[in-house]
Design a binder for this molecule. Sequence first.
Ligand SMILES: Nc1ncnc2c1ncn2[C@@H]1O[C@H](COP(=O)(O)OP(=O)(O)OP(=O)(O)O)[C@@H](O)[C@H]1O
Ligand SMILES: [Mg+2]
Length: 226
Amino acid sequence: MDVTPPPVSAVLADMTSPSCCLPDRRRKLLLRDRPYRRLLPSEPRWERIPKAVQEAITRLVCGQARWPLYLWGDTGVGKTWAAWWVVERVREYCAVTLERLADHVYERGAWYWRRLADRTLELAVIDEIGLRTETTDREYLALKRAADLLEWRPTIWISNLAPEELRAAYDDRIFSRLCCGVICQATGPDQRFSGRAMPCSRANAGVAAEPAPGNEHIGAGGVVYR
Ligand SMILES: Nc1ncnc2c1ncn2[C@@H]1O[C@H](COP(=O)(O)OP(=O)(O)OP(=O)(O)O)[C@@H](O)[C@H]1O
Ligand SMILES: [Mg+2]
């Protein structure tokens, strides 16, 4: 058998030919118009997804932008529910918190790890990244392993950490893996308070909000409910 490698010039010529398509992380996602399943207590509504997130999701599922999606923002703006809106519309998904993956990081046969490695998986969602200020070895290992398994596949990473905070909390290797596609900041009010009062969030830090009737300020801009 001839095992002589082709000349370098031939390989380079092949790589620059128009038919050579390097993977660029674009992958269309076929979404069903109606949910396959109900996973949350009520239905995630498209119109309640922050505008920037709607745009990011639309571009990604249409193959106009590169996966993965790093979705970050203040608490309660609707990051998790936006991801579940997509999850409900794909057939094969795996949605899990980083904490759960870290719990099973040393069990190679654990269901979540087998699921993330499954080639039929269409979408993975890894939520609650950077929950604690201190990153444990297990959490780091779980995140790194998940990112390596999911490279090239549609994935939504969800965190309260801005990209630079993610880099500081973990390192360049994690930052590179999670933020190499679309980075989207979800902004807006804390939807858990919907209409009840001005939330206390980073987006509103320093803003002197008038407390809603029946509420009063505590500390630096917090609101106490009575
Ligand atoms: N698209 C939506 N449709 C309907 N309700 C929503 C939607 N988005 C958010 N909500 C409501 O707002 C609440 C908070 O949303 P969500 O859990 O997605 O916030 P989050 O940004 O993930 O917050 P955290 O950073 O604390 O995890 C949900 O429990 C739900 O009641
Ligand atoms: Mg969430």
